[in-house]
Design a protein around this ligand. Structure first.
Ligand code: GEK
Length: 243
């Protein structure tokens, strides 16, 4: 995938609220996410590796909030069981359109079906692996428990839910430190202070992080056991929970 440079927030903008996954974002998305999410380039192949371990023959794998399909493709190349289908879901027409174009040229051994829909409407059934990589954070907080409950209900025993998120911290000092470290990371990636400030503004009411305790409690409420953090870089974490 060619990486077009993200400079969407480089110029001073009068209005920077309301980040949207539109055509403009899609064009620069691979560059934007790798330069904004520390660890993204490790989390994606590791998700593929975990999917390989937990995928059960003749089941479904779900990639909810698939964007341009990085996670789906990693799983399609890594998973080695028979009769599996990956169902990749995103509610951005621009994302899904671009992913459909690239899928025809670049696919692994496991077939991928791409669905343009809101993941809250996705029918989850016969699932051995369900992935929410940096997507739950964009859903209304009030809708999150119901989604995880439905995912859990559609999972087979022995299946796993993988969730990667930006989280927040109860302790004010820790929150400040984590924010500074993340912004340092973005500076090392070439983002200016203006870009960092404007992007932060744009995401303000769109990306709503929660604490680790809130995530853990939600997994348990949904009937998932043994939730664990398997990755963290600053405020970006990945969890796995078991059915
Ligand atoms: C990756 N997982 O590269 N239903 C479906 N899709 C949604 C919803 C929803 N309710 N809300 C947001 N999205 C990907 C990266 S990006 C993360 C995921 C980021 C979609 C949205 O359209 C976008 O494509 C994706 O979730 C979030 O592994 O941009 O920080």
């Amino acid at each position: 995938m060619n990486k077009k440079h993200d400079n969407l927030f480089a110029k001073s903008r009068a209005l920077t609220t309301g980040f949207r996954f539109d055509e403009q974002v899609v064009k620069v998305f691979p560059d934007m996410i790798t330069r904004s999410v520390p660890g993204y380039e490790l989390v994606i192949p590791m998700t593929g590796m975990l999917a390989r371990r937990y995928a059960q023959p003749h089941t479904n794998i779900y990639d909810l909030g698939c964007s341009l399909g990085a996670t789906s493709l990693a799983m399609s190349f890594a998973v080695q069981a028979d009769g599996i289908k990956i169902i990749a879901v995103d509610n951005s027409a621009a994302m899904v359109g671009r992913f459909r174009n690239t899928l025809s040229e670049n696919r692994g051994g496991i077939p991928v079906e791409i669905c343009l829909e809101n993941m809250v409407d996705t029918n989850i059934e016969n699932a051995s692996v369900v992935v929410l990589n940096f997507t739950l954070q964009f859903l209304d907080v009030e809708q999150r428990q119901a989604l995880i409950n439905r995912i859990s209900a559609g999972m087979n025993p022995g299946g796993v839910l993988i969730v990667s998120e930006k989280i927040c911290f109860e302790n004010e000092q820790e929150q400040n430190d984590q924010t500074n470290w993340h912004h340092d990371f973005k500076r090392t990636q070439g983002y200016s202070d203006l870009e960092i400030a404007q992007k932060r503004n744009a995401l303000e009411d769109v990306l709503r992080p929660e604490t680790e305790a809130a995530h853990m409690e939600r997994f348990k409420q949904a009937g998932l056991s043994n939730p664990k953090r398997w990755f963290q870089c600053f405020s970006f974490v990945s969890y796995i929970a078991f059915k």
